[in-house]
Design a protein around this ligand. Sequence first.
Ligand code: NOJ
Length: 474
Amino acid sequence: MSSNFIWAVATAAYQIEGGKDTDGRTPSMWDAIREIPGRIKDGSTKDLSCDGRNKYREDVQLIKSLGVTHYRFSIDWSRVMKNGKTRNPLGMEYYKDLCRELKKEGIKCIVTLFHADLPLDLYNEGSWLTEGIIDRFVEFSRYCYEELNEYVSIWITFNEIRMHAWAGVVKVEGEPFHSLDIDYKKFLGNVSVTRAVMVASRNMLLAHAKVYRLFHEKDDSTRVGIIVGAHSCMDAEGEKISAVSERATKSMVNLYLDPLIHPSNDWTEDMKEYLGTDLPPWSEDEKKLLKNTMDVLCLNYYRPHIVKERKGPSLVEELFNFTMVDDDWPKIGGESSWVRLHPRGLISLLEGLTKKEKEDGMKYPNVPILISENGVNDDPSLDSLEDTNRIQYIEAHIDGILEARRSGINVIGYTAWSLMDNLEWDDGFQVRFGLFHVDLKSEEKTRTPKMSVDWYRKKIEKERRDETMNKEVK
Ligand code: NOJ
């Protein structure tokens, strides 16, 4: 086992920087969402943020204090390209300086190009429903590559592509709603909402592949990945893998990876059957473009799901003929939290993606896997700085992942979400995932370490020591 395991912590641009239009930044979709009265659950507007844009030097010191090897962050498209279209050197200079500061401290960068937020102009022009956005994304990515590549260890094109397609473009019944209410028929004609979602997915996959090719043309050693939410599903009967749980997992995970790395280099036949004409086909040229465009498979994992054979109630469940049922796993983030403590769900997904013996559409080539997010919100019944629930959750997952790695699964790193309490999208700031607490009422947006900070640093130190020792004896 090599001792270059990635130990990371993550944030996303909008979640810590907010909608501050300094340095020529132009409005984004999330600015507009946060201006709609009543949309954000804690009632906060775009004026409230952690001020990550101005406090980045201090934040680099927080990252350093964790002892991580990598920092995963995203680039705000609205900051570096005015209205998503014209280069803005002043905005880019901020990210360059952030990278320089990290480099000074020996921390490498994992950069997400698209994490949920879109320049407002591009949203209004049709968001991911129109093919025109693909070249816009390529130009934005080209600029990021030219300016930042010397600091970047891994590029991630999209954060949670499935989540964005189902929640961040059009409104879909039964799914979270993380966008404005676009009239998709204006762009696509009289098609179903499923078709709209799959067109958006298709455009994101094409954008991913074009960026992959561009970065590899520039330097073939560039590493490019994409993130899917690790929606690992298990059968209600004995938490096993069964036909229905495999189908549910495929519909939420594999569907978005198959065109890139499945040997068929296409949507798989079963998914075509379930989605019928709602699934836009690929041309032969597109298939060539998409083929093997993944150096790192990135997974965000928070909980698995238990499923049963029965349609509905959400559209996805209806389409793929399953239903999610209640579980009794520990509610580690408190009663109202959606996160559950069940690391086995992640491990069985890793096994399903990499180790299955029979060729049944779930098996991929041995692409290295990065756990790109994992974490839990504060448990409201605990003191916010004594986040013993977070320590328990992260430890259980790290231990499971390292065990999987020892058993031969090619997991190359672990990323804790999140560096600090930040905008948890439509929940506002009331759901706190940070290792550092942020006092949003204070003018300085004071950051204070929770118990997990010291614990994570020690855990990383221990695991790195053990790994080096194991390597030496071999
Ligand atoms: C996944 C998303 O990438 C991130 O933005 C979000 O804050 C976390 N999940 C927690 O919900």
